[in-house]
Design a protein around this ligand. Structure first.
Ligand code: UTP
Length: 402
């Protein structure tokens, strides 16, 4: 059965009633190109996160990193100079919590002066490339919604001083969004509500965008994947790269020490013997509060969306299926009466794969401790926790003039 033949699909059907025959032909063609099987995940949403047995995973802590600083740094810089390290900026999200109508990276995070989030990230990257005396290719993931705007912004600002030939953009895929009953929302009478399919599909999207040739031609062996919204993000950090190489692991994850046992961060641990991330809501009280002999939390290190993956391994797992997370979000839609609704609270589901699930596909992973105040200032909201306000304070603490 075609999706528009299903009587349950009230939004699609109402839109079709309002359309001309030509509009409907065009709409049907678009609807036929969508993979509707993601909707099946609604009934499985309670089980998508069915987990194995968690166990703690010791982190490489700051003390050890300091003691081996020169060794790690040398290894990392050597890899960067040999062109073996690439970086992937995940910028396909919609930033709904911030309520922006432009890409998050275009946000001005300065106070007295203009400082764009993208600009700050490029500066962070250039700290490394200046020191290494070599460039790190940067791949920027966008979505259909923000691609043109993102690319134009980089061009308009002359790539913030980075050589254009080392920056490439690619677009992630989209999934339909629906209400709690699985009825697909329409964005307008001619367009279904589609949203980016999460940050987990980035490597597959790079492959589909034809970037594998570029990666191989350049001889990239490591990809450092990171979120757009952490303005203190260290990118292609030589110490992190060096530590992952020194430990002979396939991946590494930057982690921060949890502030409190109930802090809402995903914790790096093992699950059935492989590296994994336990979300805060998956931790039992006992797990969250268990301590080591020295008093530190047993599950004490949270991920900050900065990972290093072996490129070879990424190619191996490129076709593997990842868990699809069904997430409640605010989805603007065309009501059955033709009115456009902009909900104030979540009103349905989006379907996303997550980069953190990639960690579980790795044989091993180095949890690499970084100091929160130096490297973790995520901007998820305007005010309060993980906000523009808190990020500005943290940036000032790092001596960044705003
Ligand atoms: P978040 O999970 O914080 O989502 O993304 P978001 O879209 O930025 O913000 P909200 O939840 O709507 O408020 C974490 C990182 O993953 C990227 C984001 O751009 C950010 O760097 N991301 C997220 C993608 O690249 N694609 C996606 O589909 C989702």
């Amino acid at each position: 059965m075609k999706i528009w033949e299903d009587e349950k699909q009230i939004y699609i059907r109402a839109a079709m009633e309002a359309n001309t025959p030509e509009e409907n032909e065009a709409l049907k063609a678009k609807l036929q190109a969508v993979d509707w099987s993601v909707l099946d995940h609604i009934s499985r949403r309670e089980t998508v996160n069915e987990r194995g047995v968690f166990a703690p995973l010791a982190a490489v802590e700051v003390g050890e990193i300091e003691a081996r600083r020169e060794e790690f740094k040398e290894l990392g810089l050597r890899a960067i100079r040999a062109g073996k390290v690439g970086a992937v900026l995940l910028a396909g999200g919609q930033g709904t919590r911030l309520g922006l109508d432009r890409p998050k990276g275009t946000m001005n995070i300065g106070i007295e002066r203009e400082l764009f989030l993208f600009e700050q990230l490029m500066r962070n990257l250039m700290d490394v490339t200046d020191e290494a005396g070599a460039y790190v290719p940067l791949y920027v993931m966008t979505s259909n919604i923000n691609h043109d705007d993102t690319e134009a912004f980089f061009k308009e600002h002359e790539f913030f001083g980075y050589p254009e030939e080392h920056v490439k953009f690619f677009v992630q895929e989209m999934n339909p969004a629906c209400d709690y009953e699985g009825r697909v929302y329409m964005e307008s009478n001619t367009k279904a509500a589609m949203s980016p399919n999460g940050n987990g599909g980035w490597f597959g999207s790079m492959v589909r965008a034809g970037l594998l040739g570029d990666i191989r031609d350049r001889g990239i062996e490591w990809l450092n994947v990171f979120a757009v919204d952490n303005c203190l993000q260290r990118i292609a950090d030589p110490l992190f790269v060096g530590a992952t190489i020194a430990y002979g692991c396939e991946s590494g994850a930057k982690v921060v020490r949890k502030a409190t046992p109930d802090e809402r961060v995903g914790v790096l641990c093992t699950e059935d013997g492989r590296p994994s991330i336990a979300e805060y809501y998956e931790m039992t009280e006992e797990m969250a509060t268990a301590r080591k002999e020295n008093g530190d939390l047993l599950y004490g290190f949270g991920v900050i969306l900065n990972y290093l993956f072996s490129e070879k391994k990424l190619e191996e797992i490129a076709d593997a299926r990842m868990p699809v997370h069904v997430v409640e979000k605010k989805i603007p839609y065309r009501g059955t009466d033709g009115s456009i609704v902009a909900p104030e609270t979540p009103n349905g589901y989006k379907f996303e794969t997550l980069v953190l699930d990639m960690v579980h596909m790795m044989k091993d992973c180095v949890p690499y401790e970084v100091v929160r105040e130096r490297e973790f200032a995520p901007i998820k909201n305007l005010h309060g926790v993980d906000s523009l306000d808190s990020a500005r304070e943290l940036m000032k603490g790092c001596g960044i003039e705003l």
